[in-house]
Design a protein around this ligand. Structure first.
Ligand code: AMP
Length: 441
């Protein structure tokens, strides 16, 4: 299937050609035709699969096909995202794909003054991209009405729940018109998310592009077994390598991210920390500096990293192992994007060994240990010993000696809604709108 055979309008195809998108990704192949036909979609997909275009393209097709006038305070399309960074990236994607179309969008998120955001909504926007907290604030202040929403898109629903946005989400859902199209995306589908989807969607096309074994293809995954004390010198050593162009380093806590960022800076490695306690302006500055290659290293926590869509990240370092195996996949997915190759290096202490096993179970492969080995008898990591316990899994490790530079990486080869009534779908809705109002966008 091609973008052309999907029947997307010419201006979108031009923009896709300019972005050098040759073929739709699997989620796009499945989502776009269903969404164009007006069907609800339940998509289980993680970042990096091309899901933003999967929902942005049919939405823009709908807006571009019929000229629908914008109305002050009453958007037609609502996109909800859990974080400001993700909301900004979605907005940039709409801009990129819709560059040959006349449509207006407004972007709203918390942590900054609402003044400009309110002005944009008052001027009228076809597409409103929002984080839940700020949206509810502006609804309460009567700056936004959801009464005209025809397409509702919920992105990263699981992360939204994790971040405690369920009450806001429920409030927003209650305000949506019953006649609408909904596109629902989540990286994981725990029971709570399934329940929410059931409430929200009408006979959805269910799309699952997250294979049981999450795809980490093209990412060279390496494990370093070391103690907490060894982490910082090892990280500095690795970051100094020529092959490391742009790296994201994950820590478990916000404090850990700050401290590590400062230590790297002190060691002459340009680095900035990004996490939920930083001001919006500081987070944006850090991301821009990283995107523009002014800083080589971004130190991040899991929540802050979600939605960072920066191509060309050559390395991801798990300075601290994640708390859940799924986070590992999300973290390392920051590298190896859009078919590029990437390296993911995880520092694993003796205490992390259970998590390592869980991760290996999830990705269904044994990860290559390129440095160190566990000394089970002494309950700690033994980086430079040559002994291996009988029956212990084969692990590669660097040769002993003072030089901490690890061996070159070896590629691993293994490898209903209650009382819902029928929706009209965007096309039908568009026809309805344009016959009602008919002026140019
Ligand atoms: P997403 O999953 O939406 O965050 O997209 C991940 C990355 O894939 C982004 O950098 C997109 O620009 C890129 N991308 C999305 N769709 C395509 C496509 N059909 N061909 C090539 N790259 C794409």
């Amino acid at each position: 299937m091609t973008f052309e055979s999907m029947g997307l309008i010419e201006p979108l195809q031009k923009a896709l050609a300019k972005a050098d998108y040759k073929n739709p990704t699997p989620i796009q192949e499945k989502t776009i035709p269903a969404a164009l036909a007006g069907q609800d979609v339940l998509g289980c997909a993680q970042t990096g699969t091309g899901k933003t275009a999967a929902f942005a393209l049919p939405t823009l097709d709908y807006l571009g096909r019929d000229s629908i006038p914008k109305k002050p305070r009453q958007p037609l399309v609502l996109v909800l995202a859990p974080t400001r960074e993700l909301a900004i990236q979605i907005s940039q994607s709409f801009e990129k794909y819709g560059q040959n179309l006349k449509f207006r969008k407004a972007l709203i998120y918390g942590g900054v003054s609402q003044h400009k955001q309110v002005s944009a909504i008052r001027r009228g926007a076809h597409v409103l991209i929002a984080t839940p907290g700020r949206l509810v604030d502006l609804i309460n202040q009567k700056h936004v009405s959801l009464s005209d929403i025809e397409v509702f898109i919920l992105d990263e629903a699981d992360r939204m729940m994790d971040m405690g946005f369920l009450p806001q989400l429920q409030r927003i859902i209650d305000l949506l018109p019953r006649e609408r199209q909904s596109l629902f995306f989540s990286a994981t589908m725990p029971p709570k998310i399934r329940d929410l989807a059931k409430r929200l969607l009408f006979n959805p096309k269910t799309i699952n592009v997250t294979p049981k074994t999450p795809s980490v293809e093209g990412i060279d995954q390496q494990i370093y077994l070391l103690s907490n004390k060894q982490k910082l010198p090892m990280l500095k050593d690795l970051l100094a390598r020529d092959s490391v162009d742009r790296a994201i380093v994950f820590t478990r806590t916000k404090r850990g991210a700050n401290t590590l960022g400062e230590k790297l800076e002190a060691a002459g490695i340009p680095a900035t920390a990004i996490h939920g306690n930083k001001s919006q302006a500081a987070r944006q500055r850090a991301l821009e500096a990283f995107r523009k290659n002014k800083i080589k290293v971004l130190v991040a926590t899991d929540v802050a990293s979600r939605g960072i869509d920066i191509d060309g990240v050559t390395h991801v370092f798990n300075y601290d192992m994640p708390m859940e195996p799924e986070s590992y996949v999300h973290r390392i997915g920051r590298t190896g994007r859009a078919g590029a190759e990437g390296v993911a290096i995880s520092f694993c202490t003796y205490e992390d060994r259970q998590m390592l096993r869980e991760i290996e179970r999830l990705v269904k492969m044994e990860l290559t240990i390129v440095y160190g080995e566990f000394d089970e008898s002494r309950n700690r990591n033994k980086s430079n010993s040559s002994s291996r316990k009988p029956g212990q899994r084969r692990r590669s490790r660097r040769p002993s000696g003072k030089n901490t530079s690890p061996k070159p990486a070896r590629r691993h080869t293994s490898g209903s809604a209650s009382g819902r009534r029928k929706k009209s779908g965007p096309k039908k809705a568009a026809r309805k709108q344009s016959s009602r109002q008919g002026s140019a966008v």
